[in-house]
Write a protein that binds this ligand. Structure first.
Ligand code: SF4
Ligand code: SF4
Length: 97
């Protein structure tokens, strides 16, 4: 998975190795299932009314962006900030290319 991660984020890939496995839903999650429906890889499955994350993940951020409860978190708060920074950088690179 680190190879896929490197392809997506390039040199930043060393910043948070293994970040694909660190998503979780906070207590705000109401079990709507929108994250599961929006995931382009079928990476998310609802289990007992809550999402669980499986491989492969493209780190596209669709799940975290679409969640109406802002319930999708990633790792520690610092890692979550880093995740969004990398997603923004990736989006900007794609816009420029
Ligand atoms: S979109 Fe958000 S609120 Fe809905 S199931 Fe997923 S994490 Fe929970
Ligand atoms: S970041 Fe994208 S690929 Fe990964 S779980 Fe979320 S929606 Fe699916």
């Amino acid at each position: 998975m680190n190879n896929l991660f490197s392809k997506i984020f390039g040199k930043e890939s060393k910043a948070l190795p293994g970040m694909n496995a660190r998503f979780f839903a906070s207590a705000n999650c109401d079990g709507c299932g929108e994250c599961e429906r929006r995931c382009p890889t079928g990476h998310i499955k609802m289990v007992d009314g809550k999402p669980e994350w499986f491989k492969p993940c493209l780190l596209c951020a669709a799940c975290a962006t679409v969640c109406p409860e802002n319930a999708i978190l990633y790792g520690t708060p610092k890692e979550m900030d880093e995740y969004w920074r990398l997603v923004k950088e990736k989006t900007n690179r794609e816009k420029d290319s």
